[in-house]
Design a protein around this ligand. Structure first.
Ligand SMILES: *Cc1c(COP(=O)(O)O)cnc(C)c1O
Length: 522
């Protein structure tokens, strides 16, 4: 494998030789090898045609640039091709079933995209006068109404930008409520062992100490352990339901009762709301605060860090502490309440308008019966996968059905010499993005698969057929296929530990030797 000047592997040489053929340029089929933009375009070229500026005396003095700026210079087609070639290397929900458990990668309907691109929504400036943004405010108000209706909660904060940001919002409401009641001494937050990493991280970020709640053998919160750890210094519990083992917390009402009996609040991580939407209202279960990832349940796009949206529904006890702003409808239409009566605000403006439009379009196109079917199909699809794959793989909780995701452990790989990581990498060769691996941590070598409701039986079968064939190859002793996988991807097995621990995020130019063009000051 050859390296670029910054040590980045450039040529998928090994991948080519693997299939017995090596292209001369490093290309692969119609996919060309792709260097960095900076490696591709020399600094001395430019893709734009600008007139030489009039050489007025510059007032930059010795701040004037004396060396080239070092920007990549490419022609328009070179630039376009660079990004299109990169996009071909990026896997996407529009290419295949994307089985990432807990992340809920579902189809993003094109209708939503069309609505979000309506100029009145897409071109709206956050500081536009309220009188010119009535339609947008009406949409936020309607979306808020349906989020409250679906969850059975009286209030919702719309501005959080993601699930984790929503968790922060919810815990800040809880902290403000305790402080207002003179209970600032409540400093502990209880979190089950199977929780998503953002839960303990959020609690720590708010300044709480975090304590784990044990889990029962059937993958649920251990009530006895919860009760033993609740006390006058506990501010809140954070429980995901359905939890990250893909299981419904059957004792949820008792969990809420115990929590409230000890004066603590119940934060529910609602990232997995797609499994229960239209079937159960978290407000009826005793939840005080819950974020809803619009990018999971309501099909808005995610990945690449956003933009997401994580509105937080709040119980009556917490509603008064909600952050600004919120939409109020009155005789004169809609207005925005900006005063800081709650704990302050989560962000400069109102939230992710484009995501609100998409989520609202998704709700309206499904209707009440359709949203209920979302949850039913999400659960049905996950159970279909669980049932089919259980023939070859070991489900972590074999008894009873799962919710929206099917969790397997690595028990079935014992003695094959193949690990969860190897198996996941081999999936890439079969055209499937790996499932969530090694999470939740409570299951050895976890493989967490979430198909979502938007997959047809035919797509589910393609996926299951591929995994069953791989599982049989692993058991038949074909460890080589796995150990060095992926074989057919643009790059082979990468050192992910090194990439995570010592990411190389900057590009350093080769020393530039040619003198720069004379600048005006000279
Ligand atoms: C996705 C997820 C989160 C975090 O949501 P982001 O929008 O990625 O910040 C939190 N908890 C659970 C259970 C999740 O699945």
């Amino acid at each position: 494998m050859s390296m670029s000047s910054v040590g980045r592997p450039t040529q998928p040489a090994a991948a080519n030789s693997e299939v017995g053929f090596q292209s001369l340029s490093g290309g692969r089929g119609l996919l060309q090898d792709e260097p960095l933009l900076f490696e591709l375009g020399g600094w001395d070229k430019t893709g734009v045609d600008l007139d030489e500026p009039e050489h007025d005396a510059s007032d930059l003095g010795d701040l004037a640039r004396t060396a080239p700026i070092g920007l990549a210079g490419l022609s328009e087609p070179e630039t376009l091709r660079h990004y299109v070639r990169l996009s071909q290397k990026n896997h996407a929900i529009d290419l295949a079933l994307y089985p990432l458990g807990s992340c809920t990668m579902k189809h993003n309907p094109r209708l939503n995209e069309k609505m979000a691109r309506l100029a009145g929504f897409a071109d709206l400036h956050p500081l536009a006068p309220v009188s010119t943004a009535q339609g947008a405010l009406a949409l936020i108000d309607r979306l808020a109404h349906w989020l409250k209706t679906l969850t059975g909660m009286p209030a919702v904060a719309m501005s959080p930008k993601a699930g984790a940001h929503g968790e922060l919002c919810g815990l800040l409401c809880i902290k403000a409520a305790h402080e207002a009641a003179g209970h600032g001494e409540r400093r502990r937050v209880l979190v089950p062992t199977s929780a998503h990493g953002t839960n303990p991280a959020t609690a720590a970020f708010v300044g709480y100490s975090v304590e784990e709640i044990a889990q029962t053998a059937d993958g649920r919160v251990d009530l006895a352990d919860l009760e033993a750890k609740l006390g006058p210094d506990v501010a809140a519990i954070m429980v995901t339901n359905p939890n990250t083992c893909g299981l419904f917390e059957r004792e949820i009402i008792e969990i809420a009762r115990l929590t409230h009996a000890h004066g603590a609040y119940f934060y529910c991580d609602g990232a997995n709301f797609n499994a229960i939407v239209g079937r159960v209202r978290p407000g009826d279960l005793g939840v005080d605060a819950m974020h809803i990832n619009l990018h999971k349940t309501f099909s808005t796009p995610h990945g690449g860090g956003g933009p997401g949206a994580g509105p937080v529904v709040l119980s009556q006890a917490l509603a008064a502490f909600a952050p600004a702003p919120w939409v109020v409808s009155g005789g004169d239409g809609f207005t925005l309440t900006e005063q800081d009566v709650g704990f302050g605000r989560m962000s400069a403006f109102h939230g992710q308008m484009g995501m609100f439009v998409r989520a609202y379009a998704y709700m309206r196109s499904h209707g009440a019966d359709g949203l209920r079917q979302v949850a039913e199909d999400a659960v049905l699809n996950a159970n279909y996968i669980k049932a089919r794959l259980s023939a070859e793989m070991t489900p972590a909780f074999p008894d009873g059905p799962c919710m929206h995701e099917a969790l397997f452990d690595d028990g079935w790989l014992e003695g094959t010499g193949v690990t969860t990581l190897d198996f996941a990498k081999a999936m890439i060769d079969e055209g499937f993005h790996p499932m969530t691996m090694y999470f939740p941590l409570v299951v050895h070598g976890a493989m967490l698969i979430e198909p979502t409701e938007t997959e047809s039986k035919r797509e589910l079968d393609r996926f299951c057929d591929a995994l069953i064939a791989l599982a049989q190859a692993a058991k038949a002793g074909d460890a080589e296929r796995f150990k060095t996988a992926p074989h057919l991807a643009p790059l082979r097995r990468l050192d992910e530990t090194q990439a995570a621990r010592k990411p190389r995020l900057t590009w350093r130019p080769e020393p530039i030797t040619v003198a720069p063009a004379p600048l005006a000051a000279e």
